[in-house]
Design a binder for this molecule. Structure first.
Ligand SMILES: NC(=O)c1ccc[n+]([C@@H]2O[C@H](COP(=O)([O-])OP(=O)(O)OC[C@H]3O[C@@H](n4cnc5c(N)ncnc54)[C@H](O)[C@@H]3O)[C@@H](O)[C@H]2O)c1
Length: 348
């Protein structure tokens, strides 16, 4: 292994836990955990023998021995923490999505460039062997051309209600669909050209989210056309009935010669993928893998070797553009043309 880096993890929620575990498993030293919820931070620190716990991330940044800051906070804090960490000369690994707006994203990028540090974004799901396998099958022509990719994301109002705040995590099209958009881009090896989406807010009468000033769109359908001629579509809801037993369908990809079905970018469990060819069907099983460990190991290697992170501002901005374009299409009823330049689609 290369250099053993010293890490400050900011945010001790679900992703904070995954990052601490991932950094430790990759052989690095987590120096501190920060969370406004002190007991939560303390519990996580205790589990992994992390020596320092803070309530304010600026305290964590004061530690001159910290090399890398892992940002595992709600979306609205990604920009400020990244900018402050970079100004202290720390490399930053930030959870997806990149930022709340293109302006925030630009300020983050400028701060990172000014400081000469590295910046990476957490899209561990795209490292899943399921995604690599489908990409390879598509390349080998197993499905023919053009391709249709269909994804699905269904659940009731999130218990993590902050996800429904239009001014916070911005709902599923920003918070969650970016994983699917990135998977489509990867498998098609092409750029999205235009999209059309319709949707609304199924959870608008739910009392647990009634206190938000503005609710995010929680439900919709989007269709994206790619430069390659391929098409992707996604049905989404975070507003289904309470305690619903309805679950997301697996992903499907198909073309004139064949298709495949399975939860291609699933992490944290074994995955079964069915490959359909002519009248044949074959099932492959992909074992569970710790994708957090892998992505953090890759980021540490990038720093050691002085090359750019595989997923940085260019990809983060492209995915943000897709998310914002979906919201714009839902709001205006228009087809949105996407440009390959940063921030080319959507206007937020
Ligand atoms: N890569 C993935 O698969 C994946 C999955 C889920 C979430 N995420 C992303 O990770 C980020 C965090 O999501 P999460 O699910 O861990 O959320 P979470 O709610 O579980 O955890 C967030 C933590 O941040 C703390 N916090 C909030 N404001 C703070 C502040 N100003 N200073 C310090 N602590 C603060 C909260 O107390 C909470 O413990 C989001 O951007 C989300 O979109 C990524």
């Amino acid at each position: 292994m290369g250099k053993r880096y010293r890490i400050a993890v900011i945010g001790a929620g679900d992703m904070g836990g995954n990052h601490v575990r991932g950094w430790v498993a990759a052989g690095h030293h987590v120096i501190s955990v920060t969370d406004v919820d002190q007991p939560r931070a303390e519990q996580l620190a205790k589990r992994y023998n992390v020596p320092h716990v803070y309530a304010d991330y600026r305290e964590a940044l004061e530690d001159a021995t910290v090399d890398i800051v892992s940002v595992c906070l709600p979306l609205k804090f990604h920009a400020s923490v990244t900018i402050d960490a970079a100004a202290k000369g720390k490399h930053v690994f930030c959870e997806k999505p990149l930022a709340s707006s293109f302006v925030d994203a630009q300020n983050m990028e400028e701060a990172v460039k000014r400081a000469g540090v590295q910046f990476g974004i957490g899209f561990q799901r795209n490292l899943a062997k399921g995604v690599t396998t489908i990409k390879q099958w598509a390349e080998e022509g197993k499905f023919g051309h053009p391709l249709v990719f269909s994804s699905d994301l269904m659940q009731e109002v999130r218990p993590k209600i902050a996800m429904h705040d239009k001014n916070g995590n911005k709902g599923p099209f920003v918070d969650a669909c970016c994983h699917y958009f990135y998977m489509w881009n990867t498998v098609f090896q092409s750029k999205p050209q235009r999209l059309y989406a319709r949707g609304g807010i199924f959870g608008k009468d739910r009392p647990e989210i009634a206190h938000f000033n503005e609710l995010a769109v929680d439900t919709g359908v989007v269709i994206v056309e790619y430069e390659s001629g391929d098409i992707a579509t996604m049905s989404v809801s975070w507003g289904l009935a309470k305690n619903t037993r309805m679950k997301s369908r697996p992903d499907r990809i198909f073309g004139p010669s064949g298709g495949a079905e399975g939860a291609f970018n699933e992490f944290g469990s074994e995955v079964h993928i069915d490959l359909f060819s002519g009248d044949g069907k074959e099932t492959i099983v992909i074992e569970k893998e710790d994708l957090f460990e892998r992505q953090l190991r890759l980021f540490a290697d990038v720093i050691t070797e002085g090359r750019p992170a595989p997923i940085g501002f260019a990809e983060g901005n492209e995915l943000l553009a897709l998310s914002f374009a979906v919201l714009e299409s839902i709001e205006t009823g228009k087809i949105i043309e996407l440009h390959s330049k940063t921030g080319g689609g959507g206007s937020q």
